[in-house]
Design a binder for this molecule. Structure first.
Ligand SMILES: Cc1cc2nc3c(=O)[nH]c(=O)nc-3n(C[C@H](O)[C@H](O)[C@H](O)COP(=O)(O)OP(=O)(O)OC[C@H]3O[C@@H](n4cnc5c(N)ncnc54)[C@H](O)[C@@H]3O)c2cc1C
Ligand SMILES: NC(=O)c1ccc[n+]([C@@H]2O[C@H](COP(=O)([O-])OP(=O)(O)OC[C@H]3O[C@@H](n4cnc5c(N)ncnc54)[C@H](OP(=O)(O)O)[C@@H]3O)[C@@H](O)[C@H]2O)c1
Length: 470
């Protein structure tokens, strides 16, 4: 993003549109101016804790599951349930309420010149600006609505905005003397030494106009920017504390598939969390909730709001003699760790077949020791591992399903339950079509009949093809 040069200067613009508005951009230096749509109900059967009224507890254990060579950061995170009365079953998810990074809150306050004590209105009632930025809004990703809100403030149709410099005054930042004092005339549209488009293109109004009129540019802009970046570009428009919040996304809890059985890991709830980290515009950034849990939650100390999000569908078979096939690459392993713990506790006689995969055996074989132990003791009857970045070719879980197609069909024909957990966008779709192909190849059905068998038979009527994908 082009930056207006710092220093003391003033630039008067006439903005011509259906409504004529003049914008006064002082400088790039900050000006001083004044349910989750709850993904599921959030309520546990036995307690009143919910997304709106979370139970505050701490993390009792938090460690990286990856090997030293790994470029991923997948953590095992354990929460205490204390005396909350929170109950869960294998297959449920935990809701975690994040808090925004305090250093970003402070940066925003500093940029705007606020103390943080200013009172603002929010959907949850009045509070201080600091509290709103910390606990009520998502400040780590700029929202489209916020940008559109600025455009609405400055004019009805920013897409039609045209600009012309009408005067330019520039003062020396060392002794305050005036260096440029220029007024537009019929002969001269830009001051001496200024390029018509170049300097005008460097201002916030033109950037805003581009974002409002070009959806791709908007998507591109919001993908990599937070409000520190955005205020760097738009602070010239001036924000009251209330205006600063207008259009920001409300803070939402995030869900995590629970990686423990309550009977196996009493009084605690375990998660398998992929920490989201990236770098844009030369600043390291993290996902709101994963960054919060990984970087700012001190073990046994920091209070974190949690609640249960129970599932009615992603459950173990009531009949413990039934076989299960579990497909869970990456963090998709989480509920299957819970299922295997529960099957062990229940002494279920049904067989368990686990498909797991990730980048490399050395770096991303999550819970290797536990899996080896379950294999040795026969709790995992069959285990297939797909390493996607180990050899010359990508090996994914569905490739190993294909190789074992006939046996998968035999298990399914024998009443096995088929579970998938993890990435919704690609993995779950590929596993779905592989399952249809397998049932067609080995079940003697056309692809069309197999699709109907899988989607209407297994999934809807028999409810033994179950997914927890995100
Ligand atoms: C039912 C369910 C179960 C889930 N279970 C698990 C689980 O067991 N384990 C787990 O780890 N997650 C799980 N998730 C995902 C989890 O809820 C969060 O979405 C995830 O942890 C990210 O949250 P965050 O707040 O850290 O990141 P956010 O602040 O929400 O940011 C994530 C977003 O960052 C963006 N992003 C990612 N990389 C970049 C980049 N390079 N540049 C710019 N933007 C980027 C993406 O748009 C992504 O959507 C589950 C989700 C659901 C719905
Ligand atoms: N919204 C978020 O920010 C966020 C945060 C955490 C997790 N998630 C979601 O949760 C999922 C789990 O994340 P994760 O890091 O644990 O694992 P992941 O990214 O799903 O990767 C696990 C394994 O799946 C492989 N894979 C990629 N495409 C596949 C496909 N089409 N079919 C089968 N396997 C495929 C990966 O291989 P390659 O990578 O080598 O291709 C890797 O070996 C992610 O995919 C993501 O969608 C999202």
């Amino acid at each position: 993003m082009p930056h207006v040069p710092t220093g003391v200067f003033s630039l008067d613009l006439i903005v011509c549109s259906a409504r004529v508005i003049s914008i006064h951009i002082c400088s790039y230096i900050p000006v001083k101016s004044e349910k989750l749509e709850i993904l599921m109900s959030g309520k546990s059967a036995k307690s009143e804790w919910s997304a709106k009224n979370p139970f505050f507890t701490n993390i009792s254990d938090n460690y990286v599951l990856n090997g030293e060579s790994s470029k991923k950061e997948t953590r095992h995170i354990v929460f205490n349930l204390g005396d909350s009365g929170l109950q869960y079953k294998a297959g449920d998810a935990l809701g975690v309420v994040p808090r925004c990074p305090p250093e970003i809150v402070e940066q925003l306050l500093e940029i705007c010149g606020y103390s943080g004590e200013e009172e603002v209105e929010t959907n949850l009632g009045p509070c201080s600006l600091r509290e709103a930025l910390t606990d009520r809004y998502e400040i780590h990703r700029v929202s489209k609505k916020w940008l559109k809100g600025i455009a609405e403030r400055i004019g009805d149709s920013p897409a039609k905005i045209e600009m012309r410099i009408v005067s330019r005054k520039r003062f020396s930042s060392t002794d305050g003397t005036m260096i440029v004092d220029w007024e537009a005339s019929s002969e001269q549209d830009v001051p001496e030494g200024y390029v018509e488009i170049g300097e005008v293109g460097d201002n916030s109004a033109i950037l805003l106009q581009e974002l409002i009129s070009d959806n791709d540019a908007m998507e591109d802009y919001i993908w990599s920017r937070d409000y520190v970046d955005a205020l760097g570009d738009f602070i010239g428009f001036g924000f009251t504390p209330q205006q600063l919040l207008e259009g920001m996304d409300r803070l939402k809890p995030r869900l995590y598939s629970i990686a423990s059985s309550p009977d196996f890991e009493k009084g605690t709830v375990h998660l398998t969390v992929a920490i989201v980290r990236y770098n844009h515009h030369e600043r390291d950034r993290a996902g709101l909730t994963t960054g919060f849990m990984a970087d700012r939650c001190e073990t046994d100390k920091t209070q974190i709001g949690v609640y249960m999000s129970p599932t009615r569908s992603f459950v173990l078979p009531e009949d413990g003699t039934k076989d299960t096939i579990m497909v869970g690459p990456g963090t998709g392993i989480a509920p299957f760790r819970a299922f295997l713990q529960q099957r062990e506790i229940n002494k279920d006689s049904g067989r368990n077949w686990l498909f797991f995969g990730d980048w490399t055996e050395e770096g991303e074989y999550l819970y290797r020791d536990e899996m080896d132990d379950w294999k040795e003791r026969g709790i995992i009857s069959k285990h297939d591992l797909a390493w996607s970045r180990q050899g010359s070719e990508k090996v994914y879980v569905q490739h190993l399903m294909e190789k074992n197609g006939e046996e998968i069909w035999n298990w399914i024909e024998g009443g096995a339950y088929f579970y998938v957990c993890g990435d919704k966008q690609y993995m779950a779709k590929d596993v779905h079509s592989t399952l249809i192909k397998i049932c067609s190849d080995y079940g003697g059905m056309s692809l069309e009949d197999s699709k109907d068998f899988v989607e209407n038979g297994l999934m809807k009527s028999e409810k033994r093809y179950l997914r927890d994908v995100y």
